[in-house]
Design a protein around this ligand. Structure first.
Ligand SMILES: *Cc1c(COP(=O)(O)O)cnc(C)c1O
Length: 314
């Protein structure tokens, strides 16, 4: 079977000290623009839209959303139209993420927070479906049942790439973790690091995405206390720790998802969570486009982070 992304071994004195083996599944390398886990989740939906003869896909996201960015590009590549229902004011229309999304043909519609909160409600979705009958509606983050199939490929690829005990992923909406659970057949230990606070509700969101059979699997855990203050929150020390690790391993991370998972993993390691000889895979979900918006908002120093350049491709 063909693997969509490589698996690499990570070397670090801490790993030697704790006698663990650490690998990283490089989904950030799947595509130069399309963020890794968003690519996994979108591909089955793109195929669905094409099969249903839809003219495009409509979805939801914040003004710096990796999903919106990926959706715009993926639709353009497959000759589909795209509409993004964006939380917030139209002042964001030319930010790093949305400028690219619109460049790739996405039509952005800005809605206030109250309207945005209805994004999963039946009545709201019915109205949208009536207004846009030839669009496939995909939820925020791309996390629907179809997405799970795409994410499940990660487990199939890993089965051929490495023997391992534990797989660690960052968790936002829960679709990625749900996809890993579905395909893992109750093997391996799956650890999800929630990147937002008060993330307990995600357990039931994940549960509701699972099949009856997968609902019985108990090989997974959502860790809800390593969010470092909430979504998009991190300290200068957190950033420095990510940068140091990046420089040591020559792999880029960003502090919202992949970097937060890395910090969570290092925290668990120092707490003695892992046993000697344990083989751990970190899932690098991508998301590096998000660095552009963080530098734009002065949340990060642009000279310290490697912002991917979308420009050379157009
Ligand atoms: C969206 C995203 C996640 C979270 O995935 P969910 O399926 O929403 O839990 C993790 N990493 C990156 C880079 C993302 O863009």
């Amino acid at each position: 079977m063909h693997s969509n992304s490589p698996l690499q071994t990570l070397h670090h004195p801490l790993f030697t000290h704790h006698q663990i083996k650490v690998f990283i599944k490089r989904d950030d390398l799947i595509h130069p623009i399309l963020s890794g886990n968003k690519w996994r989740k979108l591909m089955p939906n793109i195929q669905d839209a094409i099969q249903l003869k839809k003219s495009g896909i409509l979805s939801f996201g914040g003004a710096y959303s990796n999903h919106i960015h990926a959706l715009a590009f993926a639709c353009k590549e497959h000759q589909l139209k795209s509409i993004g229902i964006i939380r917030g004011e139209s002042q964001y229309h030319d930010n790093f993420t949305l400028a690219w999304a619109q460049h790739w043909g996405m039509q952005c519609q800005f809605v206030d927070r109250t309207t945005y909160q209805q994004r999963d409600q039946h009545d709201f979705l019915t109205k949208l479906a009536q207004a846009y009958p030839d669009y496939l509606l995909v939820p925020e983050g791309g996390s629907n049942h179809k997405a799970l199939i795409g994410v499940g490929e990660i487990i199939k690829e890993l089965n051929q790439q490495v023997e391992f005990d534990t797989l660690i992923t960052p968790v936002g909406s829960g679709g990625t973790l749900a996809g890993l659970i579905s395909t893992s057949q109750n093997q391996y230990e799956l650890l999800g690091i929630a990147v937002l606070k008060q993330a307990e509700y995600l357990k039931s969101a994940i549960h509701s995405l699972l099949s009856e059979q997968a609902k019985r699997y108990n090989n997974w855990q959502l860790i809800t206390d390593l969010h470092r203050g909430g979504y998009g929150k991190f300290s200068p020390q957190d950033c420095q720790q990510i940068i140091d690790f990046s420089q040591h391993c020559h792999i880029d991370f960003e502090p919202i998802y992949s970097g937060k998972m890395l910090l969570g993993f290092l925290d668990l390691l120092s707490l003695g969570y892992f046993k000697a000889k344990q083989r751990i895979v970190l899932l690098h979900t991508g998301g590096l486009q998000g660095l552009g918006g963080m530098v734009e908002r002065n949340m990060l120093d642009g000279s310290q982070w490697n912002i991917p350049k979308s420009a050379p491709y157009f």
